[in-house]
Ligand binder design. Sequence first.
Ligand code: GDD
Length: 409
Amino acid sequence: KVVAVIMVGGPTKGTRFRPLSFNTPKPLFPLAGQPMVHHPISACKRIPNLAQIFLIGFYEEREFALYVSSLSNELRLPVRYLKEDKPHGSAGGIYYFRDIILEDSPSYIFLLNCDVCCNFPLPDMLEAHKRYGGMGTILVNKVSAESANQFGALVADPVTNELLHYTEKPETFVSDLINCGVYAFTSEIFDYIQDVSIHREGRANLRRVSSFEALQSATRNLPTDFVRLDQDILTPLAGKKRLYTYETMEFWEQIKTPGMSLKCSALYLAQFQLTSPHLLASGNGTKSATIVGDVYIHPSAKVHPTAKIGPNVSISANVRVAPGVRLISCIILDDVEIMDNAVVINSIIGWKSSVGKWSRVQANGDYKDKLGITILGEAVIVEDEVVVTNSIVLPNKTLNLSVLEEIIL
Ligand code: GDD
């Protein structure tokens, strides 16, 4: 048997995702019209002998309850949300729920970060993991040398694929091969997490009887039950023949900012051509508007036949798109109204917002730049003939004048 665990984090983790994380937990933000966490979950369906999917996080239970129960029905597979009372770290979280995760004695446990975008080659990873015979197999990928320091950088044996060296977010260049945040483990992982926990408890007790400076390590402020998968487990186990790597040549991105969510929406829409063409507007007989490239339109949205939409557009529930509208590379969230002849390019339009007649909401589309994507928070009103360029607008604002490169608080 196999179980999969998806780490969804909690409200304090989503700060870079503002203002879009104000009223929706980041894991439920739609990419290609589906909640972020839907993509790894549907990839899990392809794992042979999958018995359960767990989401672990510290968001309020009710925020996930509805989603998780409808998903369980849809997949005909038990999906459970396990809520931590406080953050335990990426390894501490699974350890905290070890009894539930190990209930059916699974032989293998997949662990996935929810904020990565890739094609999740899980069955292939599992095969490789069995061949290697280690405790864990990490999905890895090559990135540009300049960006490698934002991730866990690693060195692997080119022949055996063994993990030889691992540094989390290194200050100087280590390697352009990085940790993708997707792992296959045997249940032995729990023994290693327990070791770290016990070790830490021992040191905490020592500190109580001694004020020795040397005992004060970098981990001194961490609670004993807070265990990080990367620094506390992967780094010390590298080079010990317990960890191996599986390299993906397909797309991989991390989703920490709204700009990256727009990029990842495009990647998932493109993947739908292979996996779920019925979800694309061009593939499901949507004849009304002119569709260019990959577009998702929720069935409840009303799009005027004279609108032109795409590529990379995702339109959520109850959106209304008026005559003559042009939408390119954007995410339009629930209940938005785009009025006659408005243009939206490289932008995310928040829930219940409206864009007035002949208005433009636009940006240059530089995903890595903070103002490279224009974002309207929830219930923003852009009045008629207003141009909003490379800006972030917080919820409930009304714009009656054009703005350029501004953050409207
Ligand atoms: N449930 C729970 N509890 N989830 C957590 C906790 C926690 O206490 N802490 C982090 N997470 C979740 C996050 O939501 C995210 O999905 C994942 O665990 C990893 O988050 P971080 O530990 O903050 O690390 P990171 O995202 O900056 O970097 C990790 O992922 C990169 C790939 O995206 C590292 O593993 C890097 O090495 C890796 O390159």
